[in-house]
Design a protein around this ligand. Sequence first.
Ligand SMILES: [Zn+2]
Length: 435
Amino acid sequence: MKLTPIEQWIMQKTGMKERNRKALYAWQLEKIKGTIAYAKENSIFYGEKLEGVEERSIYTLESFQDIPFTFPRDIGRNPLDFLCVPQKKVARIVTLRTSGTSGEDKRIFFTEEDLDLTVDFFKYGMSCLTDERDKVLVLLPGSAYGSIGDLLKKALALSHIECIVHGVLSDPEKAARCIEEMGITCIVGIPIQVLCLSRVKSGVFRNNIKKVLLSTDYVPDAIINELTQKFGCKVFNHYGMTEMGYGGGVECEALSGYHMREGDIYFEIVDPDTGKVVENGQYGEVVFTTLTRQAMPLIRYRTGDIASFSASDCACGTFLNTMKKVLGRIENRIPLGENRFLHLRELDEIILPFEEILDYKAYLKDGYKFVLELTAENDAAFDRVKGRVMREMEDLLSNQPGCRPDVAVIPAAECAPVIINSMIKRKIIDCRKER
Ligand SMILES: [Zn+2]
């Protein structure tokens, strides 16, 4: 099994002499101190928030745990307060829409150098699964300068790998034609979209696609299993978010968790309630600190994503940490009773195995009504699957003590294999007025 290329990237970037975590932590600690000093000096937010924090007093990564967290709502309140460079140095701005009632839109800023760092990470990240013989189709947004597709294409070009940035999947016919005409072997995309394409165009998929990289906050096992078993694809997961500069971590050939972008980002996992760092092997909220970011460094940023660091070493032989597959967002759940929740990932695992379903949305409405809106290929397909989905839901909920929502399964307004969501993270949509 090939050692993760992320290790080589980190060794080169840090100039470390020894291959071990201790040396990496020492390098990261120095970078953290540098980030704190830089952010305090150049950003209004950290100038105020970290006033009185002496970076020199941070002797160990343990003492760094006393530094206060940064929350997404802090960025929402005033993104410009995070900016550390003159506005003319900003090469890209991403606006992240927060749906629902809470929070304002977040804006994330990058300089040219910040974007280059992502390209450099993507180059190594993509070499986890591709080489010069591959041709890559990117089903992610890519028309804008500095968008994820644009950066991926630049990264692959550095490795002399051909890449077509198709954009978010809206027309499976067109995507399938592109795969055949260009001889595509590898797809990078959003899990539900890649699943949809593989179901609608299974022949083209089977004949061409060897490798898939899925990127999101949560990749359902149901999708990985189907692509692996039905088409013999190797399915790699990537974890990242815009705030990280898109890239965060990518799986090696062992396919048992991500190796992280530790040359640019320091990761912690904390108990979401107490904020205390948890042991490896325990689940908690992913928190990160940027080590090399110019425009908008983030210090102990709470992602809202649930994951754990593996307690054992990866089979690829790296000294790097392995983060177990992210379980999705803390908020993506509906209460079923005391300390018991129904998570979006549980819905994914029972709903997505039905091949008739191309996408679905879940709503929680007033009167504790829970609505599943299924997108099927046509009305007949919806009729075939509706009763079975209902039974699965009843099974799932019948094991739960406490209150049970009133479940309804309805067809999506447009029953077509066209995906509505773009890069919006999947979530249970809470429409309740009374809360
Ligand atoms: Zn590995």
